[in-house]
Design a protein around this ligand. Structure first.
Ligand SMILES: C[S@@+](CC[C@H](N)C(=O)[O-])C[C@H]1O[C@@H](n2cnc3c(N)ncnc32)[C@H](O)[C@@H]1O
Length: 324
């Protein structure tokens, strides 16, 4: 089987569409409507992948006028986002003209510049001269980095009262049905979650397998005000003998993540692991597999009373209240 990370991200679109918490989304929509009534929106997305969130923001009515910049450290993702854009814009019934790193979208009430750049988040700098973003998006991203450090940095890029939409944050539960060998499966899933907790980037810890719940305190400690939060669980199941859209591939790629992460793990019997993978793959082919992952979405606001002048350094992080 040929695996493609870009195909995985595109297949994830319909799974995320169902999962994204509607209360959090609607709250964001209302806040954005208020902000965009006076000015075009400035939007940045970190870890934008193949650009599916831009599509969603437009298709679901959150973004019509302004600029969108998607950054991702993987050049293949960015190429895919850029090459898919003109056909998608056309399918929206909008005009598409080339612009630096992207395209201008126009027509109906739309006037939007969409650009994508291959860039590490560490190399993103605040806009000069007191400019900033109305909305920062990070979807299925914060478990891959050190959220505490980054959330403080994100604040420096925001306009006063700007919004952070931090969605699809993994929160420690992965489940497959129908059950096979529960003891083996508990071990496999436990080791997979452990690999997330052990992940280091440049020697620094990353969000890990409980990113979702930890974000609650991390957001507040880094100066963000929580506005809305809710569950955004992936639930993938067959319908009428098959999976919707490209979700069979999505499931197949999830098993691929398990295989590449855990192959050679001394705590797993290699034959038992291969048998488990084969049985789960067969369940996808037979449209039998049911898959659940628990995740959390957050909407937060960078304070209106942020006392910075343009170009001023970081706000000190707010201390978290101790439990007792
Ligand atoms: C799980 S994917 C999610 C992509 C997209 N947000 C989505 O939901 O389809 C995480 C993305 O973050 C990108 N990424 C990881 N570390 C990054 C970093 N340090 N700077 C920028 N992008 C990064 C990866 O290349 C990947 O595309």
């Amino acid at each position: 089987m040929d695996y493609s990370f870009q195909r995985y991200l595109n297949a994830k679109r319909t799974v995320d569409d169902r999962a994204l918490n509607r209360t959090v989304w609607q709250t964001m929509l209302k806040q954005l409507e208020d902000r965009s009534s006076t000015q075009p929106l400035q939007v940045i997305e970190i870890g934008a992948g193949t650009g599916t969130m831009l599509h969603r923001l437009v298709e679901w009515g959150a973004l019509k006028r302004g600029t969108y910049l998607g950054i991702d450290s993987d050049a293949t993702n960015i190429q895919s986002a850029l090459s898919d854009l003109p056909a998608w814009v056309e399918a929206q019934g909008l005009a598409c003209t080339p612009a630096p790193d992207g395209f201008d979208l126009s027509g109906r009430e739309f006037q939007l510049r969409a650009s994508f750049q291959t860039r590490e988040v560490a190399n993103v700098v605040a806009k000069p001269g007191g400019q900033g973003y109305d909305l920062l998006v990070a979807n299925a991203f914060l478990d891959l980095v050190d959220p505490s450090a980054l959330l403080t940095q994100f604040g420096q890029w925001m306009l006063r009262g700007g919004l952070g939409y931090f969605s699809i944050n993994f929160d420690g539960l992965t489940h497959f049905e129908p059950q096979l060998d529960p003891e083996l499966e508990e071990k496999i899933i436990g080791l997979y979650h452990q690999s997330m907790d052990d992940r280091r980037v440049d020697g620094q810890p990353t969000g890990g397998s409980q990113t979702g719940r930890h974000l609650y305190n991390q957001l507040r400690a880094s100066g963000w005000e929580l506005i809305a939060a809710g569950a955004s669980d992936w639930v993938v199941h067959p319908v009428s003998g098959g999976y919707p859209a490209d979700e069979a591939y999505f499931l197949t790629h999830i098993l691929h993540f398990f295989e590449v992460t855990l192959a050679g793990n001394p705590e797993l019997d290699p034959l038992a692991f291969q048998r488990w993978l084969a049985a789960r793959r067969q369940q996808i082919k037979d449209a039998e597999l049911f898959f659940v992952v628990h995740q959390l979405d957050y909407l937060a606001r960078w304070p209106f009373d942020d006392p910075r002048l343009p170009g001023e350094p970081l706000l000190p992080a707010r201390p978290v209240q101790p439990m007792n």
